[in-house]
Design a protein around this ligand. Structure first.
Ligand code: KIV
Ligand code: ZN
Length: 517
């Protein structure tokens, strides 16, 4: 099908390489499941040799997430490839993605290898991976800055060795659209066996051109694009999946290409990734930003009210941006609750529904109307909960313009209640100091952000914090949701502390996998 473009999502690998992002196994699986609902063709689940946590995440994703090809990254050597295979072998449709750099800069300064050695390593890696499986992707790292003839020589050789996809990355985001188009076009002209592989591109966003370059490559014949949700990734990130997909959709007249993406899942996926990575979406971000469909000026509002197409090239509903409708209230019963969950696309088991329902009852007592956004926040908080070593028992805060902010807090641990009080520069500082006194875990708060999940005065406040463990320097994201922003602040910090404990205990993998690590 020449009009089909394959979507290779690397949110869990390149995206997770974003500074300050660290996802635990459960969060990665949750994202992978949502990516299959979104309809991506390939999920790059991680780089198994990088750490035992990465290995575990890929292995569990491969075993549990069905409906997409699961790829594991490996450098062009046998150890990496063995580890990648061990991690993906249980997938319904596994792929090994092996790579080596081809540019002179990388050869001379990083690899310290000659062209002949790189060529040999690339061929050997593909042949070795093919002993395990038939779906092998080869990437020529820093391809765009490579000598074109050498790149073509490598691509021809790896295809002959059995690579079924060849990926041409602009690793440092240096290309411009016309150049990248011509670069890819020339690959088609110069590599005689190119029709035996899918040509893929992988663009970074250092000059803000990742999406445009990917689209230019599609026009030149590329049929796989590697991208991430919200464009997260190394440095300035990767090409944003939602922008590529919607450009192909909205400009079908120009590109004439289709993807397998269910566009109505885009917004939910974007929110989930933003929430779990703690990476906020800029308000004016195309497609998924808060303002992407907001019409501010009177002339625009008037136009849209008369006829949407005056100022809208696509409907917000197309990407699953609902109108924040009220779905439930105080008197809603289990039946309505269950229906609302499935209308939002959640497929929960009985035990999960019970947990979420209990939580809903508590929230609805304090907030009369529960909207779809509130419900999503509740579900995601409950379902993605990691073991709560510490749990908030109570919180009392005294603050104002003429008093020293003071917090008294009680945390539950192993059935025991631990209490402390502290003063701070503000109420949140006081709360965090009191929590530190109880837990005694050395860590540093590096960012704090608060969002109203809905518009009303009784909106649920969502606090996201990033905390760096002083012992491992790993950054953990914590989230807390409550109609009371101080309670949400306390919960977010406790959540981050619980994550450090979970991870320090080797808890990145569920128990059943620990033996494999
Ligand atoms: O940017 C890059 O070149 C990569 C490769 C490993 C595909 O991420
Ligand atoms: Zn990359």
């Amino acid at each position: 099908m020449d009009d089909r473009v394959y979507i290779f999502d690397t949110t869990l690998r390149d995206g997770e390489q974003s500074p300050g992002v660290s996802l635990n196994v459960n969060e990665k699986i949750e994202i992978a499941r949502q990516l299959t609902r979104l309809g991506v063709d390939i999920i790059e689940a991680g780089f198994p040799v990088a750490s035992p946590g990465d290995f575990a995440a890929v292995k569990i994703t491969a075993a549990e997430v069905k409906g997409a090809t699961i790829a594991a990254l490996a450098r062009a050597n046998r150890d990496d490839i063995d580890r990648a295979w061990e991690a993906v072998r249980e997938a319904e449709s596994p792929r090994i993605h092996t790579f080596i750099a081809t540019s002179e800069i990388h050869l001379r300064h990083k690899l310290r290898m000659s062209r002949e050695e790189v060529l040999e390593a690339a061929i050997a890696a593909v042949k070795y991976a093919r002993r395990y499986l038939s779906d092998v992707e080869f990437s020529a790292e820093d391809a765009f800055r490579s000598d074109h003839d050498f790149l073509c020589q490598v691509l021809e050789a790896v295809i002959a060795a059995g690579a079924t996809t060849v990926n041409i990355p602009d690793t440092v985001g240096y290309a411009t659209p016309q150049e990248f188009h011509d670069f890819i076009r020339d690959v088609f002209l110069k590599v005689p066996n190119i029709d035996q592989a899918v040509v893929s591109v992988h663009c970074h966003n250092d000059l803000g051109l990742a999406v445009t370059n990917s689209l230019a490559a599609i026009q030149a014949g590329a049929r796989q694009v590697e991208c991430t949700i919200n464009g997260i990734g190394e440095r300035a990130g990767n090409a944003a999946l939602e922008e590529i997909v919607m450009a192909l959709y909205a400009r079908q007249d120009l590109y004439g290409k289709k993807t397998g993406i269910r566009t109505e899942e885009i917004y939910r996926t974007s929110k989930l990734v933003s929430k779990l990575t703690g990476m906020k979406i800029q308000p004016n971000k195309a497609i998924v930003g808060q303002n992407a469909f907001a019409h501010e000026s009177g002339i625009h509002q008037d136009g849209v009210l008369k006829e949407r197409s005056t100022y809208e090239i696509m409907n917000p509903e197309l990407i699953g941006r609902s109108l924040n409708t009220i779905v439930l209230g105080k008197h809603s019963g289990r039946h309505a609750f269950r229906e609302s969950l499935s209308a939002l696309g959640y497929e929960l088991n009985e035990e999960e529904i019970n947990r979420v329902f209990q939580r809903f009852k508590i929230v609805v007592d304090r907030k009369k109307e529960i909207t779809d956004k509130d419900l999503r926040a509740i579900v995601e908080e409950e379902i993605l909960r990691i073991p709560e070593v510490y749990r908030l028992a109570y919180l009392h805060v005294s603050s104002g313009t003429t008093v020293v902010p003071t917090a008294t807090i009680g945390l539950q641990k192993d059935g025991e209640e631990l209490d402390e009080a502290a003063c701070g520069d503000g109420p949140v500082d006081a709360i965090y100091k009191a929590i530190d006194k109880i837990t005694g875990i050395p860590c540093t708060l590096i960012s704090y952000a608060i969002d109203a999940l809905t518009a009303g005065k009784d909106a649920l406040g969502e606090v996201t914090v990033k905390v760096r463990s002083n012992s491992t320097a790993t950054v953990y994201t914590g989230r807390g949701v409550s109609p009371d922003i101080l309670e949400a602040s306390a919960k977010a910090y406790i959540n981050a502390i619980n994550r450090t404990i979970y991870s320090d205990n080797g808890g990145k993998a569920p128990d059943r996998l620990k033996a494999d690590l």
